[in-house]
Ligand binder design. Structure first.
Ligand SMILES: [Zn+2]
Length: 178
């Protein structure tokens, strides 16, 4: 199966020099092109089809996401969870902050699977939540509390935001990129 290279914006097709971010499947590559996240910069013929072998992102990734050896990661902290979630409660969608207009909107970090039941303090088990929703959910899962998540948490080390989309490297469910 063919693999498509994904370069950061700034790829030079004449020299082939660019910042290689990761590789992806042809299917995912077409999805990225369709969503306007990336443009094809190298094509090849596969049978009767023209398929991309390299893409260039349409918008440059922010330096904040870059860290060592081409891997992208962000230091983990509760604050970083709020920043990832844009200081938005994952349950009610209201804006949360450290200095809210009312105490119900105080920014808290919710363990989707409660700590008391073995839930980890990890990128994919934590979301931003207002104090109201966090208190109401208590030691229950979103299903038990009938409080569905409005967005899926993701690990920024394996995903990055481009033009409002979360792009996910292979192996991570594509549903997260919706
Ligand atoms: Zn809330």
């Amino acid at each position: 199966m063919s693999v498509v290279k994904v370069f950061n914006k700034g790829y030079d097709p004449a020299t082939g020099i660019g910042e290689l971010l990761h590789t992806t499947s042809v299917r995912h590559a077409f999805g990225m092109i369709r969503r306007g996240v990336a443009d094809p910069v190298e094509l090849t013929l596969a049978g009767d089809d023209i398929v991309p072998t390299a893409l260039e992102l349409t918008r440059e990734l922010s330096g904040a996401w870059v860290e060592g050896e081409g891997r992208r990661s962000v230091g983990f902290s509760f604050r970083a969870v709020h920043e990832r979630d844009h200081w938005t409660c994952a349950y009610c969608g209201r804006s949360v902050s450290k200095t809210p207009p009312c105490s119900a909107l105080l920014a808290t970090v919710d363990h989707i699977m409660p700590v008391s039941r073995g839930g980890a303090s990890s990128w994919t088990n934590l979301v931003s939540a207002c104090r109201d929703c966090n208190g109401r959910k208590a030691d229950r899962t979103p299903e038990e509390a009938e409080m569905p998540l409005r967005f899926a948490p993701y690990d920024p080390a394996v995903a990055y935001r481009v033009g409002g989309h979360v792009e996910v490297i292979p192996g991570i469910p594509e549903a997260l990129a919706a």
